[in-house]
Write a protein that binds this ligand. Structure first.
Ligand code: NAP
Length: 260
């Protein structure tokens, strides 16, 4: 039995991890965690996998406690932990509601760290932790500030976690794709008056980026930057000062506002 615990399994990148881990024989049992039980059940049924459904809002203490209770009750042996729950919103910091600002930090950072902290004692040697970063984690991004900053935390934290998990024989990988075609953008574009990127090409496909990430995790790589475009960005991020990178990003934004 190989168990994969996946947050955000109800759609997009998380769902694609379920599909590929199942098809590649990397996991034959799953725990699906996110808010929408019906969507999680639909993923389970459409992919024909064995899955425990844990409907939990991971921005809430109750949601986190629900996962903790399931771990303590079932004492699973986990091979893959994938923290794919997350959201982002474009818009000047002052346009975002407190709920959105704190929600991004609570989900993208706090829940990811807590779920990892809770799951590590149940992980088997040879296991893999995959933490969802983003191509946005390398540079300060006005109008996507809290999201990019939350992902910068994830990258920094995963780079250190890799070393902390060596004694346990578990790998840690931060997954940093560019723009991926998922439901992410429905929420991301929902702020009225927000400046948004003029174009988001190349838009990657979940199946391509997830396949690369699984390979990277199995090789024990600490970071998976998925395509040439994000790789070039990553090199530029290393050699150019932040202020220039931020100006390039600002130049890629619309001047006009997007109606929510
Ligand atoms: N798409 C991109 O361009 C892109 C690029 C780089 C990184 N990422 C990252 O990839 C991850 C997955 O995003 P995606 O593109 O697959 O978007 P998505 O299709 O919108 O998936 C987001 C997932 O997060 C779950 N979620 C949202 N709020 C939650 C909450 N409060 N508690 C628990 N689960 C919650 C959603 O499930 P429920 O609605 O059922 O709760 C859903 O399964 C995110 O961390 C995102 O930041 C995305």
């Amino acid at each position: 039995m190989a168990l994969a615990v996946i947050t955000g399994a109800s759609s997009g990148i998380g769902r694609e991890f379920v599909k590929q881990l199942h098809e590649k024989g990397e996991a034959d049992e799953f725990w699906f965690i996110s808010r929408n039980a019906e969507k999680l059940e639909a993923v389970r049924d459409s992919l024909g996998v064995r899955a425990e459904i844990i409907a939990a809002d991971l921005t809430s203490a109750e949601g986190i406690e629900k996962v903790r209770a399931a771990l303590e009750e079932k004492k699973p042996r986990i091979k893959y932990l994938i923290n794919a729950s997350g959201f982002g919103k474009f818009g000047n910091f002052s346009l975002l509601s407190e709920n959105d600002v704190c929600g991004m930090i609570d989900l993208n950072v706090k829940a990811l760290v807590l779920i990892t902290h809770m799951c590590i004692p149940y992980m088997e040697r040879g296991g893999h932790v995959i933490e969802m970063g983003s191509g946005s984690c390398f540079v300060p991004m006005p109008d996507f500030n809290i999201y990019a900053s939350s992902k910068a935390f994830v990258l920094h934290y995963t780079k250190a976690l890799k070393y902390e998990l060596i004694p346990y024989g578990i790998s840690a990988t931060c997954f940093c794709p560019g723009w991926v075609k998922t439901e992410f953008f429905g929420t991301a574009f929902s702020v009225k008056g927000a400046r948004v990127p003029k174009k988001m090409k190349p838009m990657l496909l979940p199946e391509d980026v997830v396949a690369r990430c699984i390979k990277a995790a199995k090789k024990g790589k600490v970071m998976c930057v998925t395509n040439w475009y994000t790789k070039v960005q990553h090199v530029l991020f290393k050699i150019l000062p932040d202020c220039i990178l931020t100006k390039i990003w600002l130049g890629m934004q619309t001047d006009n506002t997007k109606e929510g």
